[in-house]
Write a protein that binds this ligand. Sequence first.
Ligand code: SF4
Length: 350
Amino acid sequence: MSDKFSNKPYLLEVRHLKKYFPIRAGFFRRIVGQVRAVDDVSFAIREGETLGLVGESGCGKTTTARTILRAIDPTEGQILFRTAQNEVVDLAALSEKEIRPLRRDMQMIFQDPFASLNPRMNILDIVGEPLLVIEKMKDRKQRMERVAELLELVGLRPEYMQRFPHAFSGGQRQRIVIARALALNPRLVVADEPVSALDVSVQAQVLNLMKDLQEKLGLTYLFVAHDLSVVKHFCDRINVMYVGKIVESGPTDAIFFHPRHPYTSALMSAAPIANPRIRAKIVPLEGDVPSPANPPSGCYFHPRCPYAEEKCAKETPQLEEIAPDHLVRCHYAHELTLQGVAKPQEIIAS
Ligand code: SF4
C-alpha cells in the first residue's frame, strides 16, 4: 500500500465475490452448468485511491464492476461500502429498495459515449435526469444552474446545454457522460473502459480531466481497462484478472516493473510503451483464454503458461502475499524470475 493512502479508510471492500450464470439446456431448460464469470474475487479500495482492473476480454472485469454496483445480482460474497454517514453496509445483502438511496454515492462511466447518451434528449435533460429522478429537483431553473455548474466542471460551455448529443465530438460526449455521473456528488466512480472508444489524441485529455476531478472532488475510482498503457498512468494499484479470478494484485509500479505471475508478465510485455528509453522483452502469450464455463483443472493458466509443471494441472494455487501489498496466485511465484518492463536507469545499467 502506498503511503499516500495507507491512513485512509476503505471505501469499498469486496469479499469472496462470485457471479455465476446458469447454462440451461433441454426441453425443461434444466441447469446443466455454470459460467463462472466472477469466481471468488476479493479486494479493497481506500478513499481517494484508483484501482485498476485489467485482463483480456472475457476475464470477468466488467461483470465484477457491474456486480459491485448491483447492476447485476451477485451469486455469493460481500460488497462492503462505507456510506457518507460512515456506516459500513453490505450492498450484496440489500434489496433494490434499500440500495436506492445509496445509488447517488456510486456512479458508472460507460465505455461508449455514443451509446450511453439518448440522442432524443438535450444535454440539460441528460445531465439533469439524475437530479430530477433521484434528487427530486423539480425546479427547472435550479436544475439548469446545477447542469451549468457541472458542464463547466468538465470543461464544456454552459450554453451547450440546449444542444443534442449529435452536435458533439466523442471526447465532448464523454465529458457529458462524466458530468452526468457527477451530478449527485458520488464518492465511488466505476469507469468501464472510459476512453477506449475515443481517438488516441482525445484519450489523454479525458484521463487528465478525470484525474483533476478526483483531486478536486475527492473521488475514488475503480478503473476497468484492457489498455495497459492507460492503466499505468492512471492507477495507484492494479488487479490482474484471468478467467474470473484475480491472479496478481499490487501497486502499479510493482505490477509493471516486477510482475510475479507469468500471465501478468506476458500482458505487461505486450503493452505499447511510448518512451523509447523504456523497453520490455516480449513474452509470447499463446492460445486462447479458456471458457469460464469449462475452465482447466488446477491453475487456470496452465495450458498457456511456459513455466507450468505437473503440479499446476492438479492443484489450484491460492492468492498469496509475497511482498507487502503484493499478492500472486502461482505455485512458483517465489522461484520464478519474470521479465517486466525495464526502467530507463536499468537499461543504462545493463
Ligand atoms: Fe504457471 Fe503453474 Fe504458476 Fe499457474 S501455477 S502461473 S501454471 S507456474
